[in-house]
Design a protein around this ligand. Structure first.
Ligand code: SF4
Length: 280
């Protein structure tokens, strides 16, 4: 008899091909559980697309609770952090934990997640979290790297074939804010990249004023010395990207490839110019 596997699904494009693949070895039950998705309309859209896939493909699908307030209560404090940080760890662990609980409740032998099909996610970290949670719940976890062996490519192709809705941000409010910021930067002819040894609150104010004078909503600030938590929080409030200096060249190439003019400015120069322009 085949083992029963509860497969956590984050969205239809990622959940379109993997269940079919796993069905060769398991009796698969898909579990759509994603209280991180913001706003509610987006959640409904992603859920109904997965329901459509399940119907078309004959997948067994269970939909979890959309306990968004629980997610926000704990994750909101981490919104200012970039992707692949403690915020994502918490978000992924929350979904895996509920999947483990559900697997146990449904008498499944093992659980897994399609999150590892995404090239934007760290599959090793996801598996690490999955193993720890499995131990706590006394249920087995299937470690995976579903993007391997053309897994991601096949998911994309199948998604296209079925004309599935493919979102352009990960899911939470913070990822939506960052996506909008990025789109704004992309929509300008010139993208501003700022750099400095240390980044402080005053530097961010100067950068913001500089951007406003140039009709931009956002810019990228690169630091050599890790900024304080307050600085990172303030940057998020001001809608500025703050990244390590090692990423500057990479960012520059991304925008240049898109045909943008990239201006690289020193934070100290901006601050001095700012004092001169705005002596009050
Ligand atoms: S970026 Fe994605 S994984 Fe990270 S917290 Fe937001 S929704 Fe969760």
């Amino acid at each position: 008899m085949r083992k029963r596997l509860l497969l956590h699904i984050c969205c239809a494009p990622d959940g379109v091909y993997i269940p079919e693949k796993l069905s060769e070895d398991y009796e698969v039950i898909c579990y759509f559980y994603n209280p991180n998705i913001f706003p509610k309309e987006e959640y409904e859209k992603r859920k109904s697309e997965m329901e459509r896939v399940a119907k078309l493909k004959g997948y067994k699908l269970v939909v979890g609770e959309y306990n968004f307030q629980d997610f926000v209560k704990r994750a909101e404090k981490l919104y200012y952090l970039p992707e692949k940080s403690a915020r994502c760890d918490f978000c992924i662990a929350m979904r895996l934990e509920d999947s483990a609980r559900k697997a146990k409740e449904m008498g499944c032998d093992v659980f897994a997640t399609v999150l590892t099909v995404s090239p934007h996610k760290d599959f090793e970290r996801i598996n690490e979290l999955g193993e720890k949670i499995a131990e706590r719940y006394g249920v087995n976890y299937l470690p995976s790297n579903f993007k391997k062996n053309d897994g991601f490519k096949r998911s994309v192709e199948e998604g296209k074939r079925l004309n599935l809705y493919r979102q352009d941000y990960c899911g939470c409010e913070s990822s939506l804010v960052y996506r909008r910021m990025f789109k704004d930067a992309e929509s300008r002819d010139t993208v501003f990249l700022f750099y400095g040894e240390r980044v402080g609150i005053y530097d961010l104010d100067s950068v913001k004023r500089f951007l406003e004078r140039n009709n931009c909503l956002t810019g990228f600030v690169f630091y050599k010395e890790e900024p304080t938590e307050n600085v990172l929080r303030y940057a998020y409030e001001l809608r500025l990207f703050v990244e390590p200096f090692s990423k500057l060249d990479w960012r520059k190439r991304i925008f240049e490839k898109k045909g943008k003019k990239v201006e690289i400015l020193k934070l100290t120069d901006i601050a001095n110019r700012d004092i001169f322009l705005d002596p009050c």
